[in-house]
Design a protein around this ligand. Sequence first.
Ligand SMILES: Cc1ncc(C[n+]2csc(CCOP(=O)(O)OP(=O)(O)O)c2C)c(N)n1
Length: 563
Amino acid sequence: MKSGAQILIEGLKEQGVEVIFGYPGGVVLPIYDELYDSDIRHILVRHEQAAIHAADGYARASGKVGVCLATSGPGACNLVTGLATAYMDSIPVVALTGQVPTMLLGNDAFQESDITGITMPVTKHNYLVQDVRDLKRIIREAFFIAGTGRKGPVLIDIPKDVSTTKIPDEDGPEQQIRLRGYKPTYQGHGKQIQKAIELLISSKRPIIYAGGGVISSNASEELVAFAERMCMPITTTLMGLGCIPADHPLNLGMLGMHGTEYANYAITGSDLLFSIGVRFDDRVTGNLATFAPNAKIIHIDIDPAEIGKNKPVDVPIVGDAKIILADLLKKIPESCPHPEWSAQVQGWKTNHPLRFKEDGALRPQLVLKKLSEILGTRGVIVSEVGQNQMWTAQYFRFSRPRQWISSGGLGTMGYGFPAAMGVQYACPDEPVFVIAGDGSFQMNIQELGTIAQYQIPVKVVILNNQFLGMVRQWQELFYERRYSYTELPEVAFAKIAQAYGIEAETITDAGDVEGALQRALDHKGPYLLDFRVVREENVFPMVPAGAAISEMIVGKHTEHEEE
Ligand SMILES: Cc1ncc(C[n+]2csc(CCOP(=O)(O)OP(=O)(O)O)c2C)c(N)n1
């Protein structure tokens, strides 16, 4: 005989789960009791939101499914932001929640919440298990759904009596995965691929626009090989950073609102946009009508719902980016040089580089530049949300996929620090740095307790401007500097870290940046660096939401033009 809790733990082991991030409570006691003797590691976080962000960070860094566990009611509700974060970025997570016993469902019982109802729009799928005999099958299905096709979070809600009820081992029904209506397409359609090849070969000014889909399908190698063969520059979305090394001559960095000027010029000048695993998100396109106005569009995506959603497409190809790019590489054996276009793109790149004022002041960009120099190709970089995220995206030189972990679609402040804990479990031998704003960091600051308890060697870098910087930047540029509720008081973050037993420093001088980063890197355990940066530094370039990327780059690097 086996209890539901035993079946659950066995099911997780069958899926190769090594670590769960969780927080206990009444209805998950039977599951915690099974975990006590299990060889699956459980990391006790300080807030359920951190549990799901950690599971999400683990998934992004490892490519495997991340797992978290919470109790019913408030515990389950605390997962919602994390589910929405994972859903928006198509990250495979299985969230396990406890539920009140089946006989009390719908009774407003203590700590009951309809979590499958609440999370329906932010999960790829969810289950309320009503019979322990379904549990084994549901666990297998949940991991299958989370980790295949367009990946995403799946929630399994397990009532307490389902965990405690025992059934004979062989009592379960047939355990094969059979999901009606769920058959992701992986191979591209032959005719569409042929049409794409014709466009690719005849184009004079082609560009690749690559996104998170390239990372999740592990297609970077094929992507770079294809770009080299076709002599096509690549610009990536925030989610696609790392799919081509920063120093590769064909790399144009990020496009869109905070993208490089040269990527945006190249998009506007191109005659063929080869879009792979992207969403034509508003932060990328600005005004859709003027985005890539002269280009034909090929769009590869595993989710047919993405194709043509925001912008009409000339050649849609539904399928897996890695498989389709490998197919294209076979079918286009010849190199396709575009010398004039390549020279023009190179000219934009040389004449409009990313730049910041290097005047001896402690500017946030300097911290990222130095960190990138110190780490080289090592390390995984996680960011919070706001200016800190954009400066990291702009100034850290990412050299490989899954080296950059950030909440793109939902833009969740408070994501980065807990996600970094999950990343560290996925990559135990890599240095893991989280780049945070002082606002974002205070959204899940309690996780200092977790990294201290388990000695998770995450290095926290706070770009402390005592502002909700990104919002302040918009107030400066568009609301006449009326800083309405965006100023934060000074906080002695180093003292807080030290109170948890974590080594920490406060850095006020640009000359100390390198040394401090090196000390953090050399330190075996967790470490916190509180950089007191120039408070009113802005992220440039910047195109306001909805504007035409081709026409408006706000700010014009004012400080540099004065020089
Ligand atoms: C949970 C959440 N609330 C609000 C926002 C809106 N928002 C976007 S950036 C930002 C400011 C971030 O400030 P901070 O973390 O200090 O970073 P900085 O921009 O100064 O680098 C805010 C409030 C958000 N993205 N997420």
